[in-house]
Design a protein around this ligand. Structure first.
Ligand code: MN
Length: 728
């Protein structure tokens, strides 16, 4: 489809029609062409070519998408009502009601200015959605029109290029994405990106050009290996296609993950198309047997399709040359849908069944309905935009610059995305004019203002490392601590190390410490003990990673570690908790993390209210350790094996459930809790913007294991998308 040079004539279009294995009314299409050619006869494109080349190109793209005769005719005629004397009435008389309706729809869409004030923008996007909901073919024609205009954008004046590219990136690419029309989405994103960030574009393009022969050969060799292996195992020969990712695809990966091009795993992608779903999983087994899979890179979009109905298995593996590549595995049907999305309904008879098509259009209607209930223009814009691109968040600086972040990004990510200085000097933030906390999750469409400090000593906080989502922000925070806070890092590092040593019963005499750590210091390029402490302090050395080695070393030198703080564990306790070996100390469960029996816990000696018990992974505990605050007030505690007191302490846990909103959902959840005899203490539900239901379920829980079982059972419910414990 990617052909920017071709000049289209009616002959190229007729040739294409002959190639397609479908019934077309050729004479109707030719007469639509003649009508358009006559109407546009005196007009030229900015490129100097006859205007008719544009409707011809649009029709060609529509043919490629497999659209029907009426859509092709409307593609030929899409600009005549707007730009010539031909009227809608004439079109209706000659080509029928359907073609006239499609042309009218496209003409109206073209009149909607997309970049005006927010409130108007909401209204305009609403119009687009309305047009889509009446006949989805209207927006498909509009996308084809936009694709050809983007391909020929070099002939337009520079300011028009930018505005068109921005509009394409912000409105049309997300719509193509939502409709799953990959073939158009990829190309218009790449083309827009070329105009929006020409430097980044050419940098990536150049990098890809270098050694492109080698890249090509690498992909071919992987394909050959896979084909040979399938044959060897007697599996049916799969369809294979390998490629290098699109320029914008690479940019987005690099940007979202804060990585350089060398660090992006899936510059290469190999697609394997097989006949059945079962064979998808079989193929995955073969691939994982041939190559080493990278951890945490497997995604099952067959079991959990994306919002645009995309289905596939994704995994990233390492080839024999040590080069990682992504493998996508799917069936023939899934492949149609992946490439053509909603257009697969026309292109392939079996591509999308009628009811699935209806399903896909349902989201448009939902948005429109939701809007009619709300008068809040900003809210409407936000809903539409976030629904259109569920994977990224777009927010604005007060000056109107767009900052793109992964979904779930916080104020801290936003500040560092602007500039490291802005992040380092941040003391607060406003979203849409209101003060928010730094862990606030930014939503698409919001205007974020970062408030900075003039104090030259002002800097980030270590707790930010846990809040920030992007690697970019985290690495900038870490490098600040590395550079600016040596004294503080040394103190923090010392305290952290001392704490972990106590926890692991490692008791090295002070004078032996430098010798004991000598190997590890060398390993981390630390010349002195202070360097080492500093590295632990800013997070350059991760204690969890080095402790097993230090424990071994300790055992070798000093014999097995002897517990110092827990001489024995009484089996019974009044409270259910044993504090430092003592069974009857007053305790209470911390509200911030609701620890459950069976979970790893730690106690904090409060001033006058006994010991409050936290989970070891509680943010408050981790933060206190990182800041080195009150380290001596944290004590080891364990769960007793049994509780002597009559009134058993009641533990509770809250589970955050996201599910498709079905009528039986609550009943299904209630059945699970009743079966497990888990008392429900609170349940609240709300409908999310995308139509899914969010449920907060609070239960009385006996222990960690019961909670795990409950969550497993909830996740198995048909309509449940996710179920996770949250700290309340
Ligand atoms: Mn046009």
């Amino acid at each position: 489809m990617n052909n920017t040079e071709t000049v289209y004539t009616i002959d190229t279009v007729i040739e294409k029609i002959m190639e397609e294995n479908k019934q077309y009314d050729l004479s109707k299409i030719v007469s639509a062409y003649e009508c358009a050619a006559k109407a546009h006869a005196s007009q030229l494109r900015s490129s100097g070519e006859p205007y008719i080349t544009h409707p011809l190109a649009v029709s060609y793209i529509l043919l490629d998408l497999g659209m029907d005769t009426d859509t092709i005719c409307a593609g030929m005629l899409h600009d005549v009502v707007e730009d010539t004397d031909t009227t809608l009435e004439e079109i209706k008389k000659r080509f029928g009601q359907d073609v006239a309706m499609l042309v009218d729809g496209v003409t109206k869409l073209g009149k909607i200015p997309l970049y005006t004030k927010e409130e108007q923008q909401a209204e305009n996007v609403r119009k687009i959605l309305l047009a889509m909901s009446q006949d989805i073919r209207v927006i498909i024609i509009k996308l084809a029109d936009r694709l050809h205009n983007m391909r020929t954008l070099q002939f337009r004046p520079a300011d028009k290029q930018r505005a068109t590219a921005l509009e394409t990136m912000n409105i049309y690419a997300p719509i193509a994405h939502r409709l799953g029309i990959r073939a158009i989405q990829d190309e218009i994103e790449d083309l827009s990106f070329r105009y929006l960030d020409p430097f980044a574009y050419s940098e990536i393009e150049q990098t890809l050009k270098i050694r492109s022969d080698e890249r090509y050969a690498f992909i071919r060799s992987i394909e050959d290996q896979i084909r040979a292996r399938f044959k060897e195992l007697g599996a049916a020969e799969p369809q294979l296609s390998g490629r290098v990712k699109s320029v914008y695809g690479i940019y987005r990966k690099a940007f979202v993950n804060g990585k350089s091009m060398d660090e992006i795993y899936d510059i290469y992608a190999v697609r394997i198309v097989v006949d059945t779903v079962v064979n998808c999983y079989n193929a995955l087994g073969i691939i994982h047997d041939m190559y080493n899979p990278l951890p945490n890179r497997f995604k099952d979009y067959i079991a959990t399709p994306k919002a645009n109905m995309y289905q596939s298995l994704h995994t990233t593996v390492i080839g024999s040359e040590g080069i990682p590549f992504e493998v996508q595995i799917r069936t023939v049907d899934m492949n149609y849908t992946a490439e053509y999305g909603i257009a697969a309904h026309w292109k392939y008879k079996e591509g999308i069944k009628k009811d699935k098509l209806e399903n896909r259009l349902a989201w448009i209607r939902k948005i429109i309905e939701a809007q009619q209930e709300s008068d809040d223009a900003e809210e409407i814009v936000r809903t539409i935009k976030s629904d259109l691109s569920p994977e990224d968040t777009f927010a604005f600086t007060p000056k109107g610059d767009i900052i793109t972040l992964p979904a779930g990004a916080t104020i801290i990510d936003f500040a560092y995305a602007i500039h490291s200085e802005v992040g380092n000097k941040m003391k607060g933030a406003k979203v849409d004019g209101k003060l928010v906390s730094l862990d606030y999750k930014i939503q698409t469409g919001e205007i974020v203002e970062i408030l900075t400090s003039n104090d030259p000593n002002h800097g980030p906080n270590r707790a930010w490392l846990d809040i920030a989502l992007t690697n970019e922000a985290r690495s900038k925070i870490r490098s600040w601590f590395k550079k600016e806070r040596r004294e503080e890092n040394i103190e923090t590092g010392k305290a952290k190390l001392a704490h972990e040593f106590t926890r692991n019963s490692i008791n090295v005499p002070e004078e032996d410490l430098a010798d004991f750590l000598a190997d590890d210091m060398k390993r981390h390029n630390c010349a002195t003990l202070d360097d080492y402490y500093a590295a632990v302090g800013y997070g350059g050395i991760i204690l969890d990673k080095i402790l097993p080695r230090l424990k071994d070393l300790y055992t070798k030198r000093y014999g097995p570690a002897k517990p110092t703080s827990l001489p024995f564990i009484p089996k019974r306790s009044n409270t259910g908790i044993v504090v430092g070996g003592e069974s009857n100390i007053e305790v209470k469960m911390a509200k911030c993390c609701d620890p459950l029996p069976g979970e790893d816990i730690i106690g904090f000696i409060t001033k006058g209210h006994g010991v409050s018990v936290h989970r070891r992974d509680c943010r408050n505990y981790i933060e206190a350790m990182q800041k080195g605050e009150d380290t001596d007030r944290w004590v080891d505690v364990v769960w007793a094996e049994s509780v002597t007191r009559n009134d058993d302490p009641i533990f509770k846990a809250t589970i955050d459930i996201v599910a498709y909103g079905s009528l039986t959902l609550i009943a299904d959840i209630a059945t699970v809790t009743a079966d497990m005899r888990v008392p429900v203490t609170n349940i609240s539900t709300r409908v999310l913007k995308n139509g899914n239901t969010n449920i907060l379920l609070t239960c009385s829980i006996a222990g960690a294991e019961q909670l795990r079982n409950l969550i497993v059972k909830l996740r198995k419910l048909t309509d449940v998308i996710s179920a996770d414990r949250i700290a309340k």
